[in-house]
Write a protein that binds this ligand. Structure first.
Ligand code: NAD
Length: 488
């Protein structure tokens, strides 16, 4: 352990890894054990400025590189991530403590998919054009040329680090932007590996830069005059602060923020399929996915069956060492985050919750004792006015609440300040469409959850965000049109 504690995670600016500063670092903690797995070099204002300046210098040539060359480079990056797959998996596990099976099948698997999907989207993109009838037989041609924004700041959280990072890096680069990336302070490693990969496949220096550190480093980026746009994934509170920082310069922003997502379960749903789907939607990544379900509205006739079935499945989850293939559930990201989740456990009890399962800190054995472990937890007996039902907890926890009819279910599900995702469970085709469309959210699933087509729009309403990314929506965010009107 002493040996690995000296491993440095470095900043990457203008095509080179920066020699770390012995006086500016913090420990990278493995949340499964609480042990340090390395030191992260914290960027300062000078380094952030160097990164943005490098991006500005590099962006014109990159923007003028033919689309075919840019997209070919992204495809090589996808191939290279696959060649170095196990290194990315190990880095993601070391930072997050997530189970190896999940890191392989969800997190790292999505990175090459992101690169290939946005290479396809940008390669196939057309331009809008209109013929305008002016009168007297005269006409004009309008067409829009899409140009990259310039240097885009990409700020991302710790829950799905590489997946969320590449979801933004791929379209930004494909559209011809340069980027400065600020990964979460909790999960700096895969962004750093990605810098290696992009250099290996020949991305010109300055087009991709990584700066490490806490929120202050993100703020330096959002306030930097050389940054043309900010795309941010993280909590709603930070999103609001970023919006304030960007406001004086009126820059493009895209926000993918928190959620308090509902599942609506009708009594005609296939019970087994629904229970399996709900288990995934509540407990995947220890509940630390923005899309995770924390409110489950169940039609009264099947309430007890759903409660019993979910309890059984929660008890069947296996907490354990991330590298064990049998482990299904990792720790929370940090001791501080566990404190927050435990506070909601108390608040729920105060509000009259009955704990079906969990509610505390589990016994995980001496080796993992220093980690941020928490029990998968389910409650009944709460209503929509409880803090634990209104506020995002971001842990392996959900409240089960009964309803009688469809209108009541829709009203309960939409009674929230958030608007990210919902899932509807029913065998009635018409009701499935009807209720899914009635959800005031960015993404609504029927009889499934987190099934993604990367060409479809992704984002949220209300406190859950602003704007959409994915497919053509990403193209719109990462470029700006100049409309040209030619009188013919
Ligand atoms: P966070 O808001 O604390 O941090 C996100 C990132 O912002 C980190 O890199 C952090 O260092 C940086 N940051 C913090 N303060 C900043 C500031 N003032 N200026 C600029 N950057 C700053 O979020 P988190 O705890 O890392 O992540 C969990 C949150 O992310 C949850 O709310 C979750 O729902 C949300 N999330 C949303 C989506 C989505 O697509 N909607 C996806 C994943 C996670």
């Amino acid at each position: 352990m002493a040996e690995t504690a000296r491993v440095w995670v470095r900043n990457f600016v203008d095509g080179v890894f920066i020699e770390p500063d012995e006086n500016a670092w913090y420990d990278n903690i493995d949340p499964a054990t609480g042990a340090s797995v390395g030191r992260v070099h914290t960027a300062d204002a000078t380094l952030v400025d160097r990164a943005v300046t490098a991006g500005r210098r590099a962006v014109t040539a990159w923007a003028n590189t033919p689309v075919a060359e840019r997209t070919a480079l992204l495809r090589r990056a996808a191939d290279r991530i696959e060649e170095r797959f196990d290194e990315f998996v190990a880095a993601e596990i070391g930072d997050t403590g997530k189970p190896i099976t999940q890191a392989r099948t969800l997190d790292v698997r999505r990175a090459p998919q992101n690169f290939r999907s946005f290479a396809d989207t940008v390669a196939a993109a057309g331009q809008e054009s209109f013929i305008t009838e002016i009168g007297d037989g005269r006409r004009a041609l309008n067409y829009a040329v899409r140009k990259p924004l310039g240097v885009v700041a990409i700020i991302v959280p710790w829950n799905l680090p590489l997946l969320l990072l590449t979801w933004k890096v791929a379209p930004a680069l494909a559209c011809g932007n340069a980027v400065v990336v600020k990964p979460s302070e909790e999960t700096p490693s895969t962004a750093t590996l990605l810098a290696e990969v992009l250099a290996e496949v020949g991305l010109p220096p300055g087009v991709f830069n990584v700066v490490h550190g806490r929120g202050e480093v993100g703020e330096l980026l959002t306030r930097h005059p050389g940054v043309a746009g900010v795309t941010f994934t993280g909590s709603s509170a930070t999103g609001s602060r970023v919006m304030g920082a960007v406001a004086p310069r009126v820059r493009a922003v895209s926000f993918e923020l928190g959620g308090k997502n509902a599942a609506v379960v009708f009594d005609d749903a296939d019970l087994e399929e629904t229970l399996n789907g709900l288990t995934r939607s509540i407990f995947t990544n220890t509940g630390q996915v923005c899309l995770c379900t924390e409110r489950v509205y169940v039609q009264r006739g099947i309430f007890d069956a759903v409660a019993a079935g979910l309890t059984k499945r929660a008890l069947g989850l296996t907490l354990g060492r991330p590298i064990d293939e049998a482990t299904t559930t990792g720790p929370l990201i940090s001791a501080a985050h566990r404190e927050k989740v435990l506070r909601y456990f108390d608040l729920a009890q105060d509000a009259g919750a009955e704990v079906l399962v969990g509610g505390g800190v589990p016994e995980v054995g001496a080796e993992l004792d220093g980690g941020s472990w928490i029990e998968p937890t389910l409650w009944t007996g709460l209503t929509n006015d409880a803090a634990a039902v209104r506020e995002e907890i971001f842990g392996p926890v959900a409240a089960l609440i009964p309803f009688d009819d469809e209108n009541e279910a829709i009203a309960l599900a939409n009674d929230t300040d958030y608007g990210l995702a919902a899932s509807v469970w029913t065998n009635d085709l018409r009701r499935g469409h009807r209720v899914a469309q009635a959800m005031d959210v960015g993404m609504s699933w029927v009889n499934t959850w987190f099934l993604r087509d990367l060409r479809s729009p992704f984002g949220g309403m209300g406190l859950s965000g602003l704007g959409r990314e994915g497919g053509a929506s990403s193209l719109h965010f990462y470029t700006e049109p100049t409309n040209v009107c030619v009188q013919l």
